[in-house]
Write a protein of this length. Structure first.
Length: 202
């Protein structure tokens, strides 16, 4: 049994991260969707910029994360979708999860080819999924990815996985469940070692 466990997913916009979110929901995870919280707290001017494919300012994104994240006693298992789009956002997220809430954090790097992400966004038929805006979103992700990913990986070194998001949803779902099972087994082994250590000391 994992208590206070957070899954942080980093991947390009339109890549299909919602597939993982639905699987996590079925496993009892509370889904923290930052975009929904941003819609509630962003000004009309800020919303207009985001609709053009630009990122929310770091302070606003963090405020949205704080708004959308329940306290540990309300939800002990969290899944973050789109919560760290820059290195600074990653820093604030990790500080909240590690220092404030003391969660165990698992990082999922969700990879997908650029042309696949573009095609998936075009199929969504959303008003803001226009070719120029899609390009801006993907370019912005690429510009921030390395620094953001490396920062997150530094704090989740023993719980960091890569999932190929290019295949069909059922294959992606299976891969995610496999990684989740690996985490559960790892945590169970750690708990057993701690218990054995405590028994020996007693």
């Amino acid at each position: 049994m994992i208590n206070n466990h957070a899954i942080v997913v980093i991947g390009p916009p339109g890549s299909g991260k919602s597939t993982l979110a639905e699987v996590a929901r079925e496993k009892g995870y509370h889904i923290v969707t930052v975009s929904e919280a941003l819609d509630k707290i962003a000004s009309e001017e800020e919303k207009a910029k985001m609709q053009l494919g630009l990122l929310a300012p770091d302070h606003l994104a963090h405020a949205a994360i704080m708004e959308a994240t329940p306290a540990p006693h309300e939800a002990s298992k969290l899944f973050f979708d789109g919560a760290a789009r820059t290195k600074e956002q990653a820093r604030m997220l990790i500080q909240m999860l590690f220092n404030q809430y003391q969660y165990i954090v698992t990082l999922i790097h969700y990879t997908v080819d650029r042309e696949v992400a573009e095609a998936r966004m075009r199929r969504r038929n959303r008003p803001d999924d226009k070719p120029k805006i899609i390009k801006t979103r993907l370019d912005t992700y690429d510009d921030n990815f390395v620094a953001t990913y490396l920062y997150l990986k530094r704090y989740c070194n023993n719980s960091s996985y890569t999932i190929d998001g290019n295949p069909s949803p059922d294959i992606v779902e299976y891969a995610f469940l496999q990684k989740l099972q690996e985490e559960y087994q790892k945590f169970a082994l750690q708990e057993k070692r701690v218990a054995n250590g405590q028994l020996q000391e007693a």
